[in-house]
Design a protein around this ligand. Sequence first.
Ligand code: HEC
Length: 420
Amino acid sequence: MDASNPLNGETSPAPKSLMRLKQLAAILVLLLVSPLAFAGEVTFMHQIQRVGGIVFPGSDTQKFLVATGYGALSVEPNGRVTQLSNKAGFLTELMAPPSSPNILFSSGYRSKTKKLGVIRSDDGGVSWSRISNGAHGPVAFHSMAISPINPATMYGAETDVQVSHDHGKTWTSRGEPPAQLFDIAASAKEPKTLYAATRTGLYRSADEGASWNLAHPGKHPAPMVHVTPDGKIYAFLYGLGLVVGDEPGSAWQLVSDKFAGRALIDLAIDPADPQRMLAVADTGAMMQSRDSGRNWHSFEGQLDQTPARIKAGRELYNENCQACHGSKGIGEKPDDPGATDENGLPLAPALDDSAHGWHHGDAQLRATILNGSPRNERMIPWKDQGLSDDDARNLVAYIKSLWNFRSQACQGSRHMRCMH
Ligand code: HEC
């Protein structure tokens, strides 16, 4: 490989974002303090703090399952979630063996102090039973992998890496990985090979986790690794971005570096449409790509994020909103965002990344557009001007198209945790 190729990159300094991974762990503990029961207040995906795993269970890939603090949830394209069981616990991972749509494996916590061990569902996540405690259990694996070549072989990561050869019933410890381990993935070529995304780089083991070698030459901290059924390795590497290579770790290419300081910590590829990817950002937000990982948008409002709606929204914006909020949402007075009008009220804020439009969820943005601002009558209720709910959706789709990855991954109630 060419030494000047940035993909061979140098060791990058431990990023601030790693601190955020630690914060995520703290949030996880916080959530454990609250009751695990689905109190009914969570109805949409964007209200879920953190997803531990994503699975496409059946042939209808419009619906998918996620592991969360509320157990396994089924997610619809509009983001609405259904809790499959209120007894499962706080799930940190979700795995499905290839072509067995109703079988799921998971792990996590039953309560603040009690770990679940390895649990299995044979009915698509509705009922669960513990099948093992792990090697020296009960474990709470934060990452698991099933070999696509030999589904009896499963891997789990806690502080050590463990392996099972009997569909998760018995486990043996293979020792500790080279550094703090965030994510593992099983090879699609070799049942004894697995990959580990760690604080000091992306590693490969050819002996079920007993010994490790670098799989990517740059020792970039890596929060995520994913292997496709045809042997492509996707990894997120701090300092580079989302990269893809061929097993066992060559021909690395950059897929995207447009993450605005954030990271992907989980990835799933739609088996029916490999261009469509779902990922969890380090902010805990679900993100989606429709072009194999090059561009990402928030899962919240994803049905509205179509080129047709964005175009219609841009036209409405240019006609009705640009006069105050500026070209492409830069704000009324981009050079002096703190300026006030003759009544001492703030001018029309930027709606792009530069102000705090992204502190609001989609529903709140639509409501402000339709009902106006109670604090400033210059922002009139646009429903009185004939704008419909559909127009508001188009406007929000356009406004969000002006946001970078960070603003989308930090949108709404998450923004407090995104300040840096
Ligand atoms: C006459 C000037 C004016 C026009 C035209 C206007 N706005 Fe506003 N808008 C404002 C002002 C001023 C505020 C700040 C209100 C406040 O402080 O509560 C605002 C606030 C907003 C907010 C909330 C932003 C935030 O960060 O809280 C959104 C969203 C918004 N406008 C969208 C629109 C859209 C979409 C249009 C076009 C349909 C539009 N505005 C047209 C003046 C305007």
